[in-house]
Design a protein around this ligand. Structure first.
Ligand SMILES: [Cu+2]
Length: 235
């Protein structure tokens, strides 16, 4: 192997290893107890969309959002467009998963304990997910047009490894309005040395928490009897 080839490989390795970008995002104007009392800034998604950066091969993922103890987990799941999400039901009761919001409309129907349903998320957007028989269950699948994304830790810190280049940085939190989030979009140029970005504040002002409707667009009925056997729904 010649020195020229070796140099070429080491240059490629440097590009592939990427540079570190990190920062801090915190929520403001919040009325959520977790934020006010415990200063919990987890669950904010930070993504970097390449504007002028080397194209790196990335495949859409196949990941899980579980249903256990009448809770979707993780509550916020970020995926690259084209990814498939499984919704395994680990509870001893029936569940459903649907979205009637504009991110992606879907409905996997009612399905029994110990089974799973899958959904492919093809286009970028915010998909708010609910269960048609348990109104307290909610989650978000955030579908992104990049493979570079992460979710903040409790203190709001985040870090990503990306190839040097120019990126559009976007932030998402489920209780921030579209306008508030769009105002935080910024261009970031990453060099080989990496970057620590100035702190970002996400305001929850203007967010209205209204009870969501069921998949028929109606209010939820009385609490479901979870021992019910749904006729016509098979394992
Ligand atoms: Cu359910």
């Amino acid at each position: 192997m010649t020195w020229r080839l070796l140099t070429c490989f080491s240059l490629m390795a440097a590009t592939l290893s990427g540079a570190s970008v990190s920062g801090l995002v915190q929520l403001r104007d919040s009325r959520a107890a977790a934020v006010v009392k415990r200063r919990d800034f987890s669950g904010i998604v930070v993504s970097l969309r390449p504007l002028n950066a080397p194209a790196m091969a990335a495949s859409p993922a196949h990941v899980q959002m579980t249903q256990r103890n009448k809770t979707f987990s993780p509550h916020i799941l970020s995926v690259m467009a084209g990814s498939v999400v499984d919704f395994p039901n680990f509870d001893p009761i029936f569940h459903n998963a649907f979205s009637s919001y504009n991110g992606q409309i879907f409905d996997v129907g009612l399905y029994p304990p110990g089974t799973s349903r899958s959904v492919k998320f093809s286009k970028p957007g915010v998909v708010r997910v609910f269960c048609n028989i348990h109104p307290t269950m909610s989650a978000v699948v955030l579908v992104l047009n990049t493979q570079y994304f992460t979710t903040t830790l409790k203190d709001g810190s985040w870090a990503l490894e990306v190839p040097p280049g120019t990126y559009e940085l976007n932030v998402f939190h489920e209780r921030a309005t579209d306008q508030a989030l769009q105002a935080l979009t910024q261009k970031v140029t990453v060099t080989g040395e990496g970057h620590k970005l100035p702190p970002i504040g996400v305001s929850e002002a203007g967010y209205l928490s209204t009870p969501h409707k069921d998949k028929y667009g109606k209010d939820y009925g009385p609490p479901s009897d979870d021992k019910i056997i749904y006729p016509g729904v098979r394992n």
